[in-house]
Every structure is written in C-alpha cells, then in structure tokens.
Ligand binder design. Structure first.
Ligand SMILES: Cc1ncc(C[n+]2csc(CCOP(=O)(O)OP(=O)(O)O)c2C)c(N)n1
Length: 645
C-alpha cells in the first residue's frame, strides 16, 4: 500500500484550507494539484473504500467550479453527492478528516449541510440535484439576491423521474440556473435507456452544436451582435428545429453548451465563466472519464463505482473474507435464476443496481427475463405492477432505502390492487459506512401499515430461498428484507420449502422471557438467551418471527398467556417497526404482558467505521442489550413481588 503523503509545504493540496487558497494558485499549478488530489483519493480509498471512479472523474470539473464560483455564497448541488470528495478536499475537509473517510468521526462519503457550510444540499439518493437547485435558484429570485446556483448531475440522474420533472419546470421557475451534465456514460453499471443513447449521440456527434456555435460566434462578432444573437436564439426556438435540430435540453428552454472536455481545465473554466453571465438557464454537457488516473478503475468502472478497500496496483479487493458464507444478494440472485428457469413467467427488475442486488446473475443467465430500468424506482414498481396484471411474476430487487421512493406505487398500484409482486429488499438494516441516506431502517414501519402487504425476514440464506419461493407462490404483494453482506453459512436445501404465511418458528423454549426476533437479530437473541440462563438463571426462549406481517398472533398470544416478559429485537427503528406490531397485537387482545423493544432509536444514525461501533454507540451491543433485558427483568420481578405482597 502506498503511504499517505504527509502534509508538507511542498504539497499544494496541504496548503488548501478553503476555496480562496485554490484561487490564489496560478493556472500552471492546477494540473499538479489535480494529480495530488487524485493521489490522495486513491491513497485514502485503498484503505477506506468509497466512490473511487466517480471522484477520480470529476477532479478537473470540481477544480474549475471552485475557480469560477465562490462557495458558500454561490451554491453547488451535487446529485447523489457521492462525487463530492474533491469538493471536500477544497473546502477545508482534507488531512486526517478526509483520511478517515466513511469512518467514525471522519468525513462522510456524501455531502451534508451539517458537515460544511460549503455543502449547500445533502444527498445520497439519485436524481435530487436539479429539483433542489431549482428551488434554491427560485428562492434567490424571490429574495432578490444574486448568487449562482449550480446543479451537478450525472448522466444517470437523467434517468430519474424527478430530474425530468424538474427539467420540465426550469424555465417557468427561474431565468438563472446552471446545470452541469457530468456525462461519463456510466451509472453504476453502464447507463441504460433512450436518454443514455441520446446523450451518446449528442456527445459523439458534435456537428449540431458546432453549427450553433459558429452561428452564435458569427452574430456576436457583428456590430449590435449581442442583440442579433438574441434574435437568432429566439428564431431558433421558434423555427422548431426546421433549420438545425435543437438539443433536448433546448426544447425544455435551457441553453445547451457542449460537449465539453471535462478534463481540460482551461475549456471548463471558460465555459463556466460564460455560463455565469447567462441570463437564461444553461446546461453544460461535460464529458468525463470515470476512474481517470487509476487503471483498475478505468478497466472496471462498475466495481470501482463504489469499491471496498483495494490494492491500487491490481484493483483486487483487500477485504479478507473470514466468512465462507455467501452474500445474501448472491443467494437471492442465484435462487432467482433457478426459479426463472423453471417458470418463464418469473422476471427480475432493478433500478440501475444489477450487481448490488445480485440480479446480475439473472441478467447473465436469462437476459430476456431481466430488466434494468435505470434509476427509476417508481417506474420499476409500477412496471412490475403492470407485468403482474398479465400473469407475469415480477421480482423487484431493490435496496430498502431506495424503495422509499416508490411508496405511492407500492400502496396505490401494487397493494391496493393486491398484485403479486415480490420485493427483495437488500441492505435492510444498518449500512455502516454509507450513513443515514443508505441505512435500511424504515421499511417495516412504512410497509406494515399497507393493507395486503406480506412482510418477511429470513434468519439465514436457506430461509431466504424459502421465502422467495413462498412469495412467488403467493397471490399478492410480498416483501422480503435481508441485510447487507454474508449470510450465516447454512446449507441451502436442494428443494425450497413453502412457509405458511404468518407462521413463526420457536427456536428455543423459555418460561421467564421470550425474545421475538427478526433476521440477523435472531443470532444475537440466541446468544443473549444462553447468557441470561447460564449467568442469571433466567429461562429465555427465542422465536424466529419470520413475518412482521401477518404476525403469528396465535403463538404470540400463547406466549403472552404464560410468559410475563416479551423482548422484541429488530435491525430497524423501533418506531412503528416489528416491536410495535407485537405491542399492538398484545394490546388488541388486552394482554398486559410487558414488552421491551430493542431496535434503533427515533434518530438518523450517522455513518461509522462498522456496524459494531454504531451498535455500541446506540446501546445495542450484545453487552448493552444483556444489561437492558436484565435490568428490566429485575425491575419487573420486583414489581410483581411488591404487587403480590
Ligand atoms: C434513488 C437511488 N437509486 C439508486 C442509487 C444508487 N446509485 C448511486 S450512484 C448511482 C449511479 C449514478 O450515476 P451518475 O448519476 O451518472 O453519476 P456517476 O456515478 O456516473 O458520476 C446509483 C444508481 C441511489 N443513490 N439513489
């Protein structure tokens, strides 16, 4: 591993504490600074992992933005904001803070308004920049101030519905907005759909733009040329492409400039200076190379979009797998291939996440039964609903956090019509390094209240396959949640079993306390049960709840009838989650049984070095849970003795 270069007076980067320091450098120094920034990003991410490719691609673009504009007075809104490392390095977040990227007390992997005054808008989900920037530009106009607002959007952001909704509103909302289309042709995988094809045509066939540029140049060179150019622009709009085709963006009323070489600082600065003076909304189409400066990242753009710690010379992951168990997403992807081979009606749908969700297995094996719809979760779910009306069995592979975007489609289109769509929600639970935009901590709460939704969580990878099998056989919507990473290492049965809906599984009997747990919390519950029994002589049972909805009420009520204390455990917020479902069921049946809910609090949990560190910080370490259950049990026992007396 390369050593992280020490801060030294010769290092240009070390001397940059704010964008003003960048502006004090000469133009000639910028290429050297760009190199230092690339080295720093590579050095740091080899150890921490992170969004390597996207950031290496925007070094010059970000330098040019900070040369031309003045943050925080001017405002940049980065889409997803996963490409914000360079911006962080230029806005006082270098050195040790950046070297702890995505770690506890280090820089977040995304931008946050509370991390820096230079972060005008936080994000982690795609497609929000244009809309937010338009809101900010409109607020500026309403307030009569004059700062610049710049939205920096990747090409895949234009596959998002919200970006297109914002585009539709730009000219009716403001006259001054600068949009950077950072086009590297990649989403996480290769960008997909008609817009990707269109952008490719636009960037590889600059004739259109050249004709316009030449005419504009010609008009502005004439006496009274600025006015003539204005008339020409108006005419161009009104002739409706009769003379030369205008770009899609011009049809939406934005001025289009491009394609611009995104690694040519001089060209970038000139075009940004021009954009700064424009009195119409303008889009600069900037072409960049994802991973520029790191061979492995250029060769493997998908892997290096978001990489785990790696060896920069080989590109190989440094993560030593101590766990021989396969990842949940691979188990899901491979199982789906088998179900889809056996039944041609089974199809898989992803919103631009084929490898992350494991659907790449299906894409390779059965491409006709696989759909990547782009970063379009709302469409993915509605598309699935449409497919389901015709007897197709759609499986939407999606991260829990990104399914949030399709909430109305879940309610209005899938569940209301009781359509048999299966949702496989990956990354359900804490996603340590990525932080609050990526934790899958809300799905039980937002799904539990929707009629017809069946919600399950497997205890291991074998049960995941059973649940997929059960969902595909179910005549209505089914949601399966499972965590990031490795399963527990159990053998997967040759023939999957159907699980009766709403049937929990007792893993361990107990007479004092019964722990009802979901998913990965079951292993924790079993450890606690043994400890409580051996160290404290408390008899503790454990239930694999399997279903958050429908809950196994008969079993729960039978426990409540003879066991005085129930503990629920979930990798989810307690507010409205699984534990709340248990309390509701007991309350409806008038059971006075005490319940202790263990889960994440009603807070946005920050990023951290590991799940364990965050669990510790929130009182969810094994020891803390042990003490909590014990304290509550003792308190309860004392109370019941007092009551008896
Ligand atoms: C709503 C949502 N869905 C999926 C993702 C996962 N995701 C993160 S970045 C990304 C691709 C972004 O591509 P692009 O905007 O072109 O930027 P690039 O990384 O190529 O610079 C995706 C799909 C997300 N962040 N948000």
């Amino acid at each position: 591993m390369k050593e992280t270069p020490p801060d030294s007076s010769e290092s240009l980067l070390a001397g940059i504490k704010s964008p003003a320091d960048l502006k004090s450098l000469s133009v000639d120094q910028l290429p050297a600074l760009a190199q230092e920034i690339r080295d720093e990003i590579i050095n740091v991410t080899t150890a921490t992992g992170g969004h390597v490719g996207p950031n290496l691609g925007v070094v010059e673009l970000t330098l040019a933005l900070h040369r031309v504009f003045n943050t925080p007075a001017d405002q940049f809104v980065f889409d997803v904001s996963h490409q914000g490392y360079v911006h962080k390095l230029l806005t006082g977040r270098g050195g040790d803070f950046f070297r702890k990227l995505r770690q506890t007390n280090g820089a977040s992997g995304f931008l946050y308004r509370n991390e820096s005054k230079h972060d005008a808008f936080g994000a982690g989900h795609a497609g929000t920049a244009l809309s937010a920037a338009l809101g900010m530009a409109t607020a500026r106009d309403l307030k009569g101030t004059h700062e610049h607002v710049v939205a920096v959007c990747g090409d895949a952001a234009f596959t998002c519905g919200i970006t297109l909704e914002a585009l539709n509103n730009v000219v009716s909302s403001t006259k001054r907005l600068i949009v950077i289309l950072n086009d590297n042709e990649w989403s996480i995988a290769k960008n997909v759909g008609a817009i990707a094809k269109y952008l490719n045509r636009l960037s590889t066939n600059p004739t259109y733009n050249k004709v316009h540029h030449d005419l504009e140049k010609f008009f502005t060179s004439l006496p009274g040329g600025v006015e003539m150019n204005r008339v020409y622009m108006k005419w161009k709009r009104e002739t409706k492409d009769f003379f030369v085709e205008s770009s899609l963006f011009e049809k939406f009323g934005l001025r289009y400039i491009g394609p611009i070489d995104g690694h040519n600082l001089d060209e970038l600065v000139k075009n940004l200076e021009f954009a700064k003076q424009c009195d119409t909304p303008i889009l600069l189409h900037v072409l960049t190379k994802k991973g520029k400066g790191l061979e492995a990242a250029i060769a493997h753009p998908e892997k290096f979009h978001g990489a785990s710690p790696y060896d920069p010379s080989t590109g190989e992951s440094r993560r030593i797998s101590v766990n021989v168990a396969p990842n949940y997403q691979d188990v899901f992807g491979k199982a789906l291939v088998k179900f889809a081979q056996a039944d041609k009606r089974v199809v898989g749908i992803t919103g631009a996440m084929p490898s992350g969700t494991g659907l790449s297995h299906l894409a390779e094996a059965l491409p006709k039964q696989f759909f990547d719809v782009g970063i379009a979760e709302e469409h993915a779910v509605l598309f699935a609903a449409g497919l389901a009306t015709k007897g197709i069995k759609p499986v939407v592979g999606i991260y829990s956090t990104f399914l949030q975007r399709a909430y109305d489609q879940i309610i209005h289109d899938v569940c209301l019509q009781n359509l048999p769509v299966t949702f496989c929600m990956d990354r359900a639970g804490l996603s340590a390094n990525d932080g609050p935009t990526h934790h899958g901590l809300f799905d039980l709460s937002y799904l539990r209240c929707v009629p017809n939704a069946v919600i399950m969580q497997p205890k291991d990878e074998d049960e995941l396959v059973d649940m997929l099998h059960t969902s595909l056989a179910h005549e209505g919507p089914a949601f399966i949640r499972y965590p990031r990473g490795a399963g527990v290492g159990v053998k997967i049965k040759h023939k999957p079993a159907l699980i009766p809906l709403g049937k929990a599984e007792v893993l361990r009997e107990g007479s004092n306390i019964m722990i009802w747990a979901l998913g990965p919390m079951i292993a924790e519950a079993l450890v606690l049960a043994v400890r409580l029994e051996t160290e404290e002589n408390i008899s503790v049972g454990v239930v694999n709840a399997r279903f958050a909805k429908p809950l196994d009420r008969p079993l729960l009520l039978s426990h409540a009838a003879c066991i005085p204390f129930i503990v629920t455990m979930e990798d989810h917020v307690v507010t409205g989650g699984f534990g709340s479902a248990v309390i509701e069921a007991l309350q409806e049946a008038n059971c006075p049984t005490s319940v202790e809910r263990i889960g994440w609090p009603d807070k946005f949990v920050e990023h951290g070095s590991s799940v364990e560190i965050l669990r510790e910080a929130y009182g969810l370490s094994s020891e803390a849970m042990f003490q909590r259950i014990l304290t509550r049990w003792r308190h309860q026992s004392t109370e019941s003795i007092t009551a008896d007396v």
